[in-house]
Design a binder for this molecule. Structure first.
Ligand code: FMN
Length: 206
């Protein structure tokens, strides 16, 4: 007997409707999920590979989609140093309320400094202070609040410039895969690959 461990998820429309533009499909699925008011609609899991060949995964917030999938982080963090050595990553969006997953894979580049400046300048001041106060790496021997207060004193009464060790990364999608849970537990998977002529899609076994 099958035991249902949670309330059945509401089925959203499957990838049958997917056209030839996976980026547009991504935005449509994302909008449908965001309409459900999740706590952090931008969150996605980013997987990287370290110099020792070991994977690591963590959440990041997707800042935007332009020519790629842009997120911001400390350039001394493990994810950034992993990417400096092995510049390929995968982002995994888990839109579980709609029984959907989207995986986006490809090479990662640094955002140009001016674009990072522009994004940083629009962040709330506490987030700007945090970017100066943590390298997202070192072991803390004192509470971070002390560093944040020191940074606040340093920039008191001024705009805070972007720390050079913090900025954007852009994953340039080479493949985008949509997974949709379906009625009677038969999921669908549709994978797009970027070719010289645009995107080509294929249905693959779930
Ligand atoms: C929902 C959520 C969103 C997050 N967004 C970011 C982000 O946009 N950038 C970032 O550097 N860390 C973000 N973090 C923290 C990372 O998951 C991670 O702890 C940190 O970046 C250090 O990761 P690393 O040591 O693997 O580089 C987020 C965490 C959560 C739970």
């Amino acid at each position: 007997m099958r035991v249902e461990r949670r309330a059945p998820r509401q089925q959203a429309e499957g990838p049958r409707r997917i056209g030839t533009d996976p980026l547009r499909q991504f935005q449509e699925w994302r909008a449908e999920w965001v309409a459900r008011s999740p706590a952090d609609p931008a969150a996605a899991v980013l997987a990287t590979v370290g110099p020792d060949g070991r994977p690591s995964a963590r959440y990041v917030d997707l800042a935007r989609v332009d020519t790629g999938f842009v997120f911001f982080t400390g350039y001394r963090s493990r994810k950034a140093t992993d990417l400096a050595v092995s510049p390929y990553a995968e982002l995994c969006f888990g839109w579980l309320e709609t029984s959907r997953q989207v995986r986006v894979a490809g090479p990662v580049e640094r955002l140009d400094p001016l674009s990072s400046d522009e994004y940083y300048s629009r962040l709330p001041r506490p987030v700007q202070l945090l970017a100066w106060s943590t390298d997202q790496r070192s072991v803390l021997d004192e509470p971070l609040t002390g560093r944040i207060a020191a940074t606040e004193r340093r920039f008191a009464g001024q705009e805070i410039p972007r720390p050079t060790q913090w900025g954007g990364l852009r994953l340039l999608p080479e493949s985008i895969e949509f997974w949709q849970g379906g009625p009677a537990d038969v999921p669908e998977r549709l994978r797009y690959r970027r070719t010289e002529d645009g995107w080509t899609g294929e249905r693959i076994a779930p």
